[in-house]
Structures are given as structure tokens and as C-alpha cells.
Design a protein around this ligand. Sequence first.
Ligand SMILES: [Zn+2]
Length: 274
Amino acid sequence: MPMELKTEKDGGAEMKKIYIIMTSILLCIICVVVGISIFLKQDEVVQQPKEKISKKQVLSDKEQPSSSNEGKKVAYLTIDDGPTEYMSKILTALKKENVKATFFLVGNRITGDRKKDIKEAAEEGHSIGLHSMSHVAKRLYKDKQFIPEIEKESKLLNTILDKKTKLVRAPYGSTYLNDDQVGQLKKDKYRLLDWNIDSEDWKHKGKPEKMVSFIKEELNKFKKISPVILIHETEDLLKAIPDLVKTIRAKGFELKPYFEDNNFHLNFKKDPQL
Ligand SMILES: [Zn+2]
């Protein structure tokens, strides 16, 4: 009996050992599986955004022809919503940096001395574009006054510049235009230019250096396609010009004005005829 008891005890201890070993092996397997899956997941997290950026870049490079000129990459600085009291000083600052830009002007602001500034800008080689008379979204898009306002502004600028301006930027972007308005622009041979870098200057109001570093980051996404930078005619822009120009040039871009006969088209409608 005592022998039997001992064997039973031994058998119990043996079972316990096997149980512990099996449990340990099982735990090890679980640890390895969990470890591998965490590792793979981490890899996914790191790789996903990279893939997204590269896909997007390939897509935009295919969609838009490169406008590089003799191997040099070109960037366009487009200055919206003037003329303002800063226009004359902005022209001086651009001259100092030997930069030509593109101004999209609001017709209702073209009064008094501003007319002289516009004339001076055009004479110095900057491009002048139309940006509607009122810049009021409801009027332009809901009340369908976009085309009449562009025609009115074109006539107004013609009296100052003695040439018919055919370059247009739709306030808030061409996405707001309906098919009739796009058709009319094309029929009248206007060139519409949207943008691919929004400086988001309104977010960095009073901090021109922040706006410059934001644009610097954005420029890293442009390998082939030309950056078209949207910026507003403000005191911040005036202060930012020296650093902004230095930053854009340091990224390998040459700054040029955009005229209506440019063979590089950029519009949110993805229309090569617009
Ligand atoms: Zn605007």
C-alpha cells in the first residue's frame, strides 16, 4: 500500500512536470506569434504613409507635365487678393531679390494709386491676373456672376495695362465653377490657374517665419511638377519675401511669373484646355 501510494504521488509529480513543460512551450509559441504580429504591424504603420505619399506624387507627376525649363525646376509665386496698400512695397522687395511674381487682383480694389502700382508691376515683368470684381462666393457662384465679373475686370485692367488680360484665378478655387462657366472660359480663351501649395498664411497671421517654414516643408513633395504657391498680398508676405525667396531657391527652383501662354496647366478640374 505505501508503495502504491508513493507511485501515485510520483505519477502526480510527473504529470505536473509535463503540464508545466507543455504550458511553457505553449506560452513561448504565443509570445513568438504575438511578437511577430506586433513587429509586422509596426512595419505597416511606418510604411503606409510613405507609400501613400509616393503614390500621390507619381499620380500628380503623370497628371501634369513638368514645366522645367532647360533642366531647371520652375516655381511660381502667385499673390492673391490685392491690390492693397502693401503692393508697392512688395514690388520693391521682389525687385531687390530679382523675382517676378503673378498677381491675382480683385477688381473692386483697383482704385486711385493702386492703378499706378499695377502698371508698375506689369512694366517690371510681373504677370497680372483676374480674380473677379467682388471676391464674394455667394455672388460669384450661387448668383452666377463669375463670368460677368471676370469680363468686367478684364475691361477695367485693359484701361490700365492697354492689353487684354486672359489669366484667371477663381476665388476659392475652380472647384466652385459649373460646367457652363468652365465652357465659357474656354470659349473666350481664358487660362485658369489654381494652385498646388496653399501657404495657409491666414493660419500663421503675424508669423511670417512660420509661413516660410511651412512652404519649405511643402516644397519637399515636388520632384517634377512645378509648385504654384498661393499666398496673399499682406504685410506678412512683405516681411517674408527675402527668406521665402532664399528658401525656394535653396530647394533648386527658379522663380518665374506665370503668363496665360504657359504650356503648364494647373487646375482642380484637371482640364488640359482650361
Ligand atoms: Zn482670393
